[in-house]
Design a protein around this ligand. Structure first.
Ligand SMILES: Nc1ncnc2c1ncn2[C@@H]1O[C@H](COP(=O)(O)OP(=O)(O)OP(=O)(O)O)[C@@H](O)[C@H]1O
Ligand SMILES: [Mg+2]
Length: 269
């Protein structure tokens, strides 16, 4: 699809993109809830859980929370989990820590990782925080072992706070008996849902302003259609809103109607 709609509406950049800068993130009440829990978990060196529907803003909320940490004080380790083995997980963590190590021994791997974390905390005076995105993908064997990484000095030193992000199935995996040692360390959890209609209106306005427009282009019925069609979820709302803009521009109409949104909805899942 061409980008004719951008010049038609006078956008200074692509609207409703994924790649927004940290300063452009909308401070929604849900995002603030995530940030409060993130700070609490980080301070106490415990475990926090953020679940939510697909495209509800989990990764963005954590990106915001991370952006508020002082770079010289904190060493965030960000991993996008896979459905791979525990060794795969350790390899990802080793890479995030910039450790060069080739070993197939789990014992060597965990020892090296924990040594490096202790070194960061004790020698470099940094606070480490591990974020595992898409954690709902992880195998149960990873849930069963992850807590051992947090045990320093006979489990007295909370040097590795962990935040797990994922879909609701993350909670199911944590309720397995083998996950209990990890689950028992959870001190905060929150669930992101779709926003209400007012929240969606604010969200659409915000993204239009990021792209250089300080007026609404959506008729009230179009906003309702985006809200209903997306279930209040941001990624889907982005696609519907952009699709609606394209449809309106194709008809040389300066406002987007509910019909334009319905047309856009036929293109997406
Ligand atoms: N607070 C926000 N301010 C502005 N845009 C946002 C915000 N939250 C989410 N978005 C938009 O919604 C898109 C989807 O958000 P995000 O990727 O954070 O969702 P997610 O819950 O992590 O999705 P997934 O379940 O697929 O991992 C982002 O790319 C961004 O465009
Ligand atoms: Mg995400």
């Amino acid at each position: 699809m061409n980008d004719h709609y951008r010049t038609f509406f006078g956008f200074t950049k692509e609207p409703f993109i994924t790649d927004i800068e940290c300063k452009e993130i909308l401070k929604t009440p849900q995002l603030i809830d995530v940030k409060i829990r993130f700070d609490y978990v980080t301070r106490l060196g415990a475990l926090g859980i953020v679940t939510g529907e697909v495209g509800s803003g989990k990764s963005t909320a954590i990106r915001y929370a991370l952006s508020t940490l002082h770079p010289s004080e904190y060493r965030p380790l960000y991993i996008t989990a896979s459905s791979g083995s525990i060794m795969e997980f350790y390899r990802q963590l080793k890479d995030a820590l910039d450790i060069y190590l080739k070993s197939n021994s789990k014992a060597v791997m965990t020892k090296t990782i924990k040594q490096e974390i202790a070194n960061l905390v004790l020698e470099k005076k940094q606070k480490v925080v591990l974020i595992v995105d898409e954690a709902s993908l992880m195998r149960l064997e990873v849930f069963a072992e992850l807590h051992t990484l947090c045990q320093f000095e006979k489990d007295r030193k909370p040097w590795l706070p962990i935040i797990l992000l994922g879909q609701t199935s993350l909670i199911d995996k944590l309720t397995f008996r083998s996950s209990l040692p990890l689950a028992s360390r959870v001190i905060a959890k929150c669930h992101l849902e779709g926003v209400d209609l007012a929240g969606m209106e604010a969200y659409l306005r915000h993204h239009l302003s990021i792209a250089g427009l300080d007026r609404s282009l959506f008729e009230p019925q179009a906003i309702i259609a985006i809200h209903q069609g997306s279930g209040g979820l941001f990624r889907k709302a982005n696609h519907l809103a952009r699709g609606g803009l394209i449809a309106a521009a194709a008809q040389k109409l300066s406002v987007v109607s509910a019909d334009h949104i319905r047309l856009a909805a036929t293109e997406i899942f």
